[in-house]
Design a protein around this ligand. Sequence first.
Ligand SMILES: [Zn+2]
Length: 343
Amino acid sequence: MLGFWLLVGVAAAGWVFGLPRRWLVAALVAVWAVIELAHLAGVGTAFGGSARGWLVAGGLAGVVMGYRAGLGRLRARAAPAPVPPAADPGMSDAELDRYARHLVLREIGGPGQMRLREARVLVVGAGGLGAPVCLYLAAAGVGRITLADADTVGLSNLQRQVIFRSDQRGEGKAQAAAGAMRALNPQVAVTPLPRRITGADADLIAQHDLVLDGTDSFAARDAINRACVAARVPLIAGAIAQWEGQVTLYDPAHGGPCLACLFPTAPAPGLAPPCAEAGVIGPLPGVVGSLMALEAIKQLTGAGQGLRGRMLIFDGLHGESRMIGTARRPDCPVCGSGSRVSN
Ligand SMILES: [Zn+2]
């Protein structure tokens, strides 16, 4: 019995002194080995039992310990993988789910999505270009979107302005488009502005990080450009006619040209007729407006290479696109030395 009490004593001492489990097992095995060897040598009677008895007891203890160790390893393997850190502590579960395809993009990720959420964007014109711009920016989670348009929905708009429905004819475009954006993504704040943007709107524009212009007259584009230059806010401009469209970024505050650097004077009458006169193929504003939304997301998140100093031209009739370089004119009448007010 002495051998048994010896083992109990070692186990109790190990527990009292907080011996690590591995050391305790080693001590017990050592005591057991001494007893077994003593029995085999014929001097173990004082420990009690027999060589065979201690061997069986030791074997059983070994099996039990081996079983427990194996079970522990299995449990560790079956334990759930550590949860990856959330993209951002400020993002809700619904946002993590909604923007999951952005969050896995290396160039956007959590920080980029947070920048989109914090962004304030002004969209001018809820027409053919404005429709995809508004839908994609709202879907992408651009936090605050102001949408300016003085027009109402007409039947001839519906061939390409896919943000509207037939039963919305006669409704204000800004309100109707805002409703569609809220239905798509209730997490973005949309402010409809049922009026035109003029050259006097620099203060309004200064409350935004970026302006997207989808209007279709030179006078409107010129006014928006002047206000953006005055407010030092970058402007993504898209234009379409018939089968061809173009998109670029005007950003003279960061070295790029403004609209007036490229087009200092209004085109001669009849040279650049609006879509109502020249016609436009339905999906073309979908292509060019989507490019505008894409460039807006890049501009807001800092992803990739934007269109500052470049203009992308898309020819839908021949299925071609090309890029041309653009440059700021030092004597530009709006952003350069030719302007009356220094910027
Ligand atoms: Zn300029």
